[in-house]
Design a binder for this molecule. Structure first.
Ligand SMILES: *Cc1c(COP(=O)(O)O)cnc(C)c1O
Length: 421
């Protein structure tokens, strides 16, 4: 092979990449003694070598201090969540008082919807995307039922093409058609299935013009695309920490509530950790909320999981988001080119990228439709040490993640793909 997608050519590009050194700080699952080709960072990010940095401290403080660790640990557990505020705020463009880390993502979506889905008379509907992640669908449906409405009537799906990709103009048209009936627009900023990035800023603007709240699930967006939640006036959002944020399986989630909304929520499900810290332990009958996103906390902080998340967020902070975005775009273009190259070489199987082509409409992930033998190709790739994932009936999702993937991964992937088809 003699092309742009030759391994030596890829290595040369990587050698000029100032972020290439980061790769060696992550642990890849092995295949035949070598690093696998890992393209599933959108599902579970890889382990960074520093994952134990804070975790070991917390185990030590627990061993040496017992209950006193709440006050005397190196990072007192009583306020452990605060050690994540600045770091997580940087990922999504928030102010420190607008974020707090707690619970799992789905739990947090319920807490946020409880406060910010405020059906009022005819204005009781929620607008969402097609191919909604199952958990989000169950959250929305059950929240609608909880308020005594019918989810089959109150959940409005955006129209899309056969693959689930939505046209921008259709979002604005649908918002206009339903503007008097919508209480909330709730979208994944990046759709998990198609990889499509929605224009969070513009959608929020239009929603607000029509007195509609705007909330976003950032599971596939945080650590992947540029977000300015505060400046864009997003009302609320939440994300998990284990996909692009590499904090380990099932780890904690972070919520965002715009400072303009913090005092306005008519209701929240409350717990002691959201109570004013000065009087938290005096067991007052009346709940007195902390005047920040922290007021939505229920339980005391699970510090072990948080400590791993903290170490991971520090990597992002050190590298800087803008250089990661720059590299993400380069890798994504190269991956796209490599897939076209494969299609030129392949007599039978063709791959169609369903993710929108515009740079602003995609993040690290590409979703591919395989013309035939889809499951067979997928299985063969796995046997050959390629991690991608599979969504029925014939979609493969793969992401080249700027923190740890490189051009060589992509060139190798294409070689394996040619071998497997
Ligand atoms: C990954 C993901 C989830 C996962 O939810 P958990 O509560 O962390 O299990 C939810 N929603 C979306 C859109 C996701 O991508």
């Amino acid at each position: 092979m003699n092309s742009k997608f030759d391994i030596n050519f890829a290595r040369k590009i990587d050698s000029e990449d100032p972020l290439n050194f980061l790769r060696s700080e992550f642990q890849f699952p092995k295949h035949l003694g070598e690093n696998s080709i890992y393209f599933t960072g959108h599902s579970l990010g890889l382990q960074h070598n520093n994952y134990k940095f804070y975790l070991e401290q917390e185990f030590k403080d627990w061993r040496d201090l017992g209950v006193d660790g709440h006050f005397d640990a190196k990072t007192p557990w009583l306020k452990y969540h605060k050690s994540l505020a600045n770091l997580s705020a940087l990922i999504v463009g928030a102010k420190q008082n607008e974020v707090v880390t707690m619970n799992g993502l789905t739990v947090n979506l319920h807490l946020l919807l409880t406060s910010f889905y405020q059906p009022n008379g005819k204005k009781n509907k929620i607008l969402c995307e097609p191919h909604l992640f199952p958990s989000d669908l169950y959250v929305l449906r059950s929240q609608i039922e909880l308020r005594g409405h019918n989810p089959d009537e109150c959940l409005i799906f955006l129209p899309s093409d056969a693959n689930g990709v939505v046209k921008d103009e259709d979002i604005y048209k649908t918002l206009d058609v339903y503007k008097d009936e919508l209480a909330l627009v709730f979208l994944g900023a990046v759709n998990y299935y198609t990889g499509q990035v929605f224009d969070v800023k513009k959608i929020t603007e239009i929603a607000h013009t029509n007195h509609i709240m705007a909330g976003f699930d950032l599971a596939h967006a945080a650590g992947n695309i540029e977000l300015k939640l505060h400046d864009w006036n997003v009302d609320f959002a939440a994300f998990c920490s284990y996909k692009y944020l590499n904090s380990g399986p099932g780890n904690v989630s972070t919520i965002f509530i715009h400072s303009k909304q913090i005092d306005k929520a008519p209701f929240r499900l409350s717990g002691w950790w959201g109570h004013n810290e000065k009087t938290r332990f005096s067991l007052q009958k009346k709940f007195n909320a902390i005047n920040s996103a922290e007021g939505w906390q229920l339980s005391n902080a699970p510090v072990f999981g948080m400590s791993v998340y903290r170490a991971s967020l520090e990597v992002f902070n050190k590298v800087g988001m803008s250089s990661l975005f720059e590299k993400r775009i380069k890798l994504n273009k190269y991956l796209e080119g490599a897939i076209h190259y494969f299609n030129e070489q392949s007599k039978q199987i063709k791959l169609k990228i369903i993710t929108p082509g515009d740079e602003a409409e995609r993040g690290a992930q590409l979703s591919l439709l395989i013309s035939h033998d889809a499951k067979k190709v997928f299985n063969k790739l796995r046997e050959n040490g390629v991690f991608i994932d599979w969504r029925p009936p014939n979609i493969m999702r793969l992401s080249a993640v700027p923190l740890y993937n490189n051009h060589e991964d992509i060139a190798k992937f294409i070689q394996v793909l040619i071998k497997c088809t």
